[in-house]
Write a protein that binds this ligand. Sequence first.
Ligand code: G1P
Length: 286
Amino acid sequence: MKQVRKAIIPVAGFGTRLLPISKSIPKEMVPVVDRPLIQHVVEEAMAAGINEIILVTRSGKSAIEDHFDAHAELEDSLAKKGKDALLETLAAIAPANLKITSVRQPNAQGLGHAVFCAAHLLGQDEPFAVILPDVLVKPQTESTTCDLGDMVLRWNSSSAAQIMVEAVPQEEVYRYGIVDCGGSEPQAGESADMLGVVEKPKPEEAPSRLSVIGRYVLPYRVMELLSDQPPGAGNEIQLTDAIDRLMQEGKTVQAFRMNGRTFDCGHIEGWLKANTILAREAGYDV
Ligand code: G1P
């Protein structure tokens, strides 16, 4: 069975909910405590055993790729001044085994379209993870395991696609992909078979209150389905719709209920909250 080695991270969005911060810096580069949001997300992938990252990007967002490049002039200057701690901080951004590739999304046609832009960078029948970088997923405590890592392990042992979910209030279901587990709900850290998934349903039509968070482990077949996926909610090509078709084909797709905590950094209040809570946890006196 093919193991998950690559994560696709769509970063081509405008970040309108973070304006004016995100006018000339990519929203993925806003700081969360002591490093840019994207660095937290890449660290999450690496904690899950994934060190090949595919960024789906666009013009005006090259600061994201630059962040993971070596910076010879800066490193040389720090070395001459004996600033070893800072050199280590820089080295930790991109460990030797981390591979970052980027691919362009020429025009915004939805999440499914963004993910499909990376299809040719996967091997034959290669499974992949998708990580949406607006939302940080952090363990509850230092001792709990990485949720994405648990999803990868489940894929590796069962070949069942894994979709991370958490419960949201009924009145907020219209903002998310909502999963149908046929009335049964997985416990935190567990997976349950899904019957379907619907993108941004009306509250009265939602099959549950379990929302898709933005962490997926998927078989290559999803790319083939995306290749002819018609537009769905919001007239966009939806990853959710391709995953729903995967189930209609009889493939096992499971909802993995998050064990950790989410911080939605895609809007100002969530981003401020992430900084406040995580800065205190990191020992900053704020
Ligand atoms: C996307 C997905 C949706 C998911 C959400 C999580 O929606 O399409 O299924 O629940 O991310 O943040 P978007 O936020 O891009 O509208």
